[in-house]
Design a protein around this ligand. Sequence first.
Ligand SMILES: Cc1cc2nc3c(=O)[nH]c(=O)nc-3n(C[C@H](O)[C@H](O)[C@H](O)COP(=O)(O)OP(=O)(O)OC[C@H]3O[C@@H](n4cnc5c(N)ncnc54)[C@H](O)[C@@H]3O)c2cc1C
Length: 713
Amino acid sequence: MERRKLLLIGNGMSGIRCIEEIIKLDPDLFDITVIGSEPRPNYNRILLSKVLQGEHSFQEIILNDWNWYEEHGITLLAGEIVRHIDTKARYVDTVSGIRKRYDVLIIATGSAPFIPPIPGTNIEGVISFRTLDDCNRMTELSRSYSRAAVIGGGLLGLEAARGLLHLGMETEVIHNAPYIMNRQLDPISARMLQRELEKQGMRFHLSKNTTKIAGRTRVQSLRFSDGTQLDADVVIIAVGIRPSIELAQKCGLHTNRAIVVDDFMRTSAPDVYAVGECAEHRGISYGLVAPLYEQGKVLARAICGLESEPYNGSIPYSQLKVSGVDVFSAGEITGDDSNIAYQNYDAIQGIYKKVMMGEGKVTGAILFGDTSEGTTLLGLVKKGASVAELIPDEADSNDNASAADKAAATLPDQETVCACNGVSKHDIMTTIAEHGLNNADEVKAKTKASGSCGGCRPMVEALVHFTLRGSNAKREITNSESTITAKSAALPVCDCTDLSHELLKKEVQQLSPSFNVNRGHAEIINLMNYLGWNKETGCILCRTSIRYYLELLGLGADREIDSYSLLEEPLYRGVRVITGELDGTGGSVVQENLYRIAQRLRSEWEYVSLPYPLQAAVTQSTDSTVSVLVQGIGICSSPVGFEVYLGGHAKHPVCEGHLMGVAEDIEEAIRLATACLQWYRQTATYEEPLWNWVKRVGVISIRENVLRESMVC
Ligand SMILES: Cc1cc2nc3c(=O)[nH]c(=O)nc-3n(C[C@H](O)[C@H](O)[C@H](O)COP(=O)(O)OP(=O)(O)OC[C@H]3O[C@@H](n4cnc5c(N)ncnc54)[C@H](O)[C@@H]3O)c2cc1C
């Protein structure tokens, strides 16, 4: 059968990431053609700054080389510019006269540098910073000229300026606001950054409006609105970007600032999608890769006809890529003093941290000097965490572990560390343990974490340190269930102890009967003392883990344990069961049966403690509004009874649950679901989500166990 024709316009970061996702989902679904105006394979545009700064060669930043296209049967027309799209007859024409037909079209044309409407922007020696050609041009000019001026003191302008310094040019930065990176920083952090960059040789002209770039045959100087001027041989314009939407406009697609798309990246024409910087989602066109990669994943599933969570927008964050300077900014950083949740300025150490809030929730953060907490803070901003989560644990505040170590230890297991490549803390730690990795570069090679914008590099380094410390633990695992389980379970619970979850559980199991649970907090401290804790009072993570294992092993009545320490996090309790359109009234026998299953699960699991919050869906079919496939437990009717799914989640990247079995009647369905839950509860570690446990333990092993269990019951 002939495959459908998929055509991608734009051989850049977002378009090709989407193609990679499509190939992963179904390599044989489409006959793929890519048309890109740059005469080279797909490369990491972000790292052009590092190419300019002399830290990478072009070869090192290629993401997909020529072979990759060939290996996947993709036709690449590199160096071809699309000039026309016909959305009715479904074809595109290129400038050189090639016509390509499509069944499905993705537009990923990115952006072009914004050129301000001032005289002189077109004269020789004026360049923008977007492509490898721009980099090469700057390098070439640096051989003949010595004075460079960069218009724009934002991220891109500063990275270009750093590159020009590296090329040996005297570099002046002209910015129209009173402080640099004014969209990402506040005046204090911007001043700290400016001082650092001045030490490296940059000079700044703030609150300056350029009115003209002057020169007869080539650039000679810049003129400003206050009447002053500055001599320059080379001028870099880095004042922003404009989505490339001319093609879309000409063929009548709905556009605004960029091409308007819905939550599945669909444009106003059938089978035409847009992704990346050229797309506008809910009024926003993003200029950073992490959101664009998220869009690409959603689009890939939509194009492959798979169910997917809609794209709901992203929290932007940025990190300056200049060696020796650590700056991080995420979310909303503007607002008055009443919006500041936390601020610490240590001028001696050159460290600054500010966290912003709105309506009691963490909304943004700035870090300077030490950015190791960036990932943690980004996680809090993303989930709209309460500012209470920022309050340092009393026990933690006195120890002398570095902020990086603390951030690595307390980061939740499933938190995404590398947003560009969707790599979580758990992925990184298990990869380190399984492959015996020793540094962040090895982690990058295996997982891609920190391989794009590099913003998560401090956290990756901290996780390497944290994991290696744990693997040096003195105690050995004696009751491992499988090699992989043993390796990931070998990681320490947190920085306060060398004990892994497995060992901790085992130690708790062997407690002497004299252990008095009712003494609560004090007894937990005694226990930690007895187990040789590194830190006398532990932290909230290990204390809560101990409470969970105590309860799991029946060493404490549920309610008593929760009430004895009101200061602690409550344990996760009860399976949350959702039923969508089922409400138990009227309907068919099948619907009533499903409703009864839901009610039983709710009542039987209401107070039971769990390793991690868990949601179950009980509904008519896999197509109903509540998707059973992306829940921890999913139960739906089938022609022969009820299907029970396990281990799905709707969190990015979405993962479908695995079919555990088909039950003939209500009782069997409940027994099967209960056996899954029981086994998860018994064998998972605290804070381990169900989907993660399924991945770790293995579907076949779980299936064998729970089927045996549910038959015994
Ligand atoms: C120097 C630099 C540093 C950056 N640093 C960071 C960073 O630290 N963190 C971060 O998140 N982001 C950073 N970015 C931004 C990031 O690179 C972009 O967000 C990302 O590349 C956008 O991906 P895209 O696929 O939408 O566009 P692009 O990667 O620009 O790809 C679009 C492609 O489409 C092609 N094209 C356009 N029109 C046509 C046509 N008519 N026919 C054929 N082909 C066409 C273009 O030539 C281009 O190759 C940086 C950008 C630059 C330039």
